[in-house]
Write a protein that binds this ligand. Structure first.
Ligand code: EPS
Length: 358
């Protein structure tokens, strides 16, 4: 199961090709709307003001409402691109932005905004993952969901999944939403940006998905999450907190009824344990800022870089559906590989042998 995307933020369209999708999955253009709208810009004052229709056209791989097993091509036409926003910095590098490394790699500059490095590209990951989420749910009862785990220094005080979809931040504590609104309003007015943590979980993953050495489930999740733009860190389960833990704390005690904790984040030795799979992702602060900063241009001259246009003061705010998408895509691929090698053993309730005796 493989997904590739194409298109630029200010080109005519973006799209993806999904290879290796099983036949028989019922899918219609309207099935993409919910998740694409959760990710979209222009929904609240806390994200980029760009208004895209984000309507999916299915070009191939679906016949009479079901996937055929052939490559699925999905297309989203850009409807609100405005590349003139970038005229002033077309020959400059934004400090902290990928346009510096793209230029060194390719030796030329597409002046139309971020192009491939724009968060616009993530639209198609979310679209492709609609298929994966559906297949995982129908076939295995696996569900994938996520929330914001931190913005700047602010962390949730309580966790209620019902609160998450009822505020623009995917925040799990409804009582803190006014504080976040005030924080983001002040940040936007100041012209600055901020980082964020997003946590995504998968429930219902059977034990056994993932490969033991090459193709570890956690390894592929880390790669998938790091491939999202602006990501600077990925944790599985307790992640970096494990550094300060003792083995007696970190080990997840096993009983005949299952594990008593989940410090491992549902993965041991690269293979799912049957517990909740837990992944946290760190997003850096947006680098496109209207606050001036010293930089250089393509000729090496010192310049003041000021980025105008429509930007997210916190890219993490729209990232929950993107991280969910990458989790679902990796899980679907691992599920198919597991089935190919080991047969259709998924969905078995974990059975932990008693620890007593030998
Ligand atoms: C982005 C800059 C803005 C955002 C964009 C991500 O767009 P533009 O390319 O017009 O400057 O609106 O996000 C989207 C358009 C989207 O759909 O996510 C950036 O620099 O990453």
């Amino acid at each position: 199961f493989r997904v590739t995307t194409f298109g630029e933020s200010h080109g005519p369209a973006i799209g993806c090709v999904v290879d290796g999708c099983p036949p028989g999955i019922a899918i219609a253009p309207e099935d993409f709307a919910h998740d694409l709208s959760r990710r979209a810009t222009g929904k609240t004052r806390h994200t980029s003001a760009r208004h895209e229709a984000d309507e999916v056209e299915i070009l191939s791989g679906v016949y009479e409402g079901v996937t055929t097993g052939t490559p699925i091509a999905l297309l989203v036409r850009n409807t609100d691109q405005r590349s003139k926003d970038y005229t002033a910095i077309a020959a400059q590098f934004r400090p902290g932005h990928a346009d510096y490394t793209y230029w060194h790699k390719y030796g030329l500059r597409d002046p139309r905004g971020g192009g491939r490095s724009s968060a616009r590209e993530t639209t198609m990951r979310v679209a492709a993952a609609v298929l994966a989420k559906k297949w995982l749910a129908d076939r295995f009862g696996v569900s994938v969901r996520g929330c914001m785990g931190q913005i700047g220094d602010i962390v949730p005080e309580t966790h209620d999944w019902h609160a998450v979809e009822a505020n623009p931040f995917f925040w799990p504590d409804a009582a803190q939403v006014p504080e976040l609104e005030a924080f983001m309003d002040a940040l936007r007015k100041s012209g600055d940006s901020v980082g964020a943590r997003v946590t995504v979980v998968a429930d219902g993953v059977p034990p056994g998905w993932g490969e033991p050495v090459y193709g570890k489930l956690d390894g592929e999740l880390a790669e998938a999450m790091m491939s999202i733009n602006a990501v600077k860190g990925v944790e599985i389960g307790d992640g970096f907190a494990s550094v300060a833990q003792k083995g007696t704390t970190h080990r997840d005690v096993m009983t005949p009824g299952g594990f008593l904790s989940n410090h491992a984040g549902g993965i041991l030795g690269g293979i799912s344990t049957g517990q909740q799979v837990v992944v946290s992702v760190a997003f850096k602060p947006t680098s496109s800022l209207r606050l001036p900063v010293q930089g250089v241009d393509v000729d090496g001259n010192v310049v003041d870089v000021i980025t105008t246009g429509r930007h997210d003061p916190c890219v993490g705010i729209r990232a929950t559906p993107i991280c969910e998408a990458m989790l679902a895509l990796v899980l679907m691929d691992q599920a198919l590989r597991h089935r190919a090698q080991c047969g259709d053993v998924g969905g078995v309730v974990p059975r932990i042998p008693p620890s007593a005796g030998g």
